[in-house]
Ligand binder design. Structure first.
Ligand SMILES: [Zn+2]
Length: 273
């Protein structure tokens, strides 16, 4: 994110941080003490892809997600909005949740480190450093058909780093079978869906989630009730807002609409209001 935009100023608001912030160490502890059957590391951003992936994971009998948001204070209100909505999503399904606040990108003398790098390094630390054995079996990925390959390649290298490290081997030729098994599998069951198709999936499978999706990187403020934040206001003009609008339009024009008719279409229209 942010390649074509102005550099984001570091903005740390310690007294206003959302609840449930945790370091990678605290996250590791939270995963260790999560319900015994917890087996899926589920990164959430509150965007369309991770929301669709969460709905899938919740309904998959093999997966018990632990929801993680990679919190970046330097994104200011955008970070707070994502933390707010990802937390709401986890709460909706009654799942354990934590904001992993990797400090790497907050160091003032460093260049902008992409969130995927700090996030994956936080994930790897949790896997390798997990006290009491390996609990996580799956890493749930939310990438759509357009950007799936880039994600897949990045994630594959992280699995290799974990496996070679655990096997004490300098390359893949010495990796032990049991160590490969210990490194969570990358799951991306929705890899063939476009953003618009994922949006349609959310509408069909769990329309309540539409109120908990957040994509705008330029929030215009918060909604409050008795001083308590109840939501954030999207700008409606940034490229992420436009992208979401286009996904809704595409979903509204889908062949499926002709096949299934009114209900699907009217839900999209309601959501577009
Ligand atoms: Zn926006």
């Amino acid at each position: 994110m942010g390649k074509s935009t102005e550099p984001v100023k570091i903005k740390i608001k310690i007294d206003e941080e959302p609840e449930a912030l945790a370091s990678t160490l605290e996250m590791s502890e939270a995963i260790r003490t999560a319900p015994k059957n917890t087996n899926t590391y589920m990164p959430l951003s509150a965007g369309i892809e991770s929301t669709a992936a969460l709905i899938y994971a919740v309904k998959d009998p093999l997966m018990q997600p632990f929801c993680v948001h990679w919190y970046e204070p330097r994104y200011g209100l955008f970070a707070d909005a994502m933390a707010f909505y990802t937390r709401k999503q986890a709460e909706y399904f009654g799942l354990p949740y934590g904001n992993d606040k990797s400090m790497l990108t907050m160091l003032p003398d460093m260049k902008d480190v992409p969130i995927i790098v700090s996030g994956l390094s936080a994930f790897m630390s949790v896997v390798i450093g997990q006290p009491g054995g390996f609990k996580l079996r799956y890493f749930m990925m939310g990438a759509n058909a357009e950007d799936d390959m880039r994600m897949k390649l990045q994630f594959r290298e992280y699995r290799k780093i974990c496996a070679t490290y655990l096997s004490d081997s300098l390359d893949g030729s010495g990796v032990k079978l049991e160590n490969i098994r210990e490194v969570p599998q990358i799951m991306n069951p929705l890899d063939f869906l476009t953003k618009a198709e994922m949006y349609a999936l959310i509408i069909r499978e769990c329309p309540d989630m539409l109120d908990l999706v957040w994509t705008c990187f330029n929030p215009q403020g918060t909604l409050k009730d008795n001083g308590k934040i109840t939501g954030y206001i999207p700008c409606g003009v940034c490229y992420k807002c436009q992208e979401l609008k286009q996904a809704k339009k595409t979903a509204a024009d889908a062949v499926y609409r002709l096949q299934e008719g009114e209900k699907y279409f009217s839900r999209i229209l309601q959501d577009m209001d």
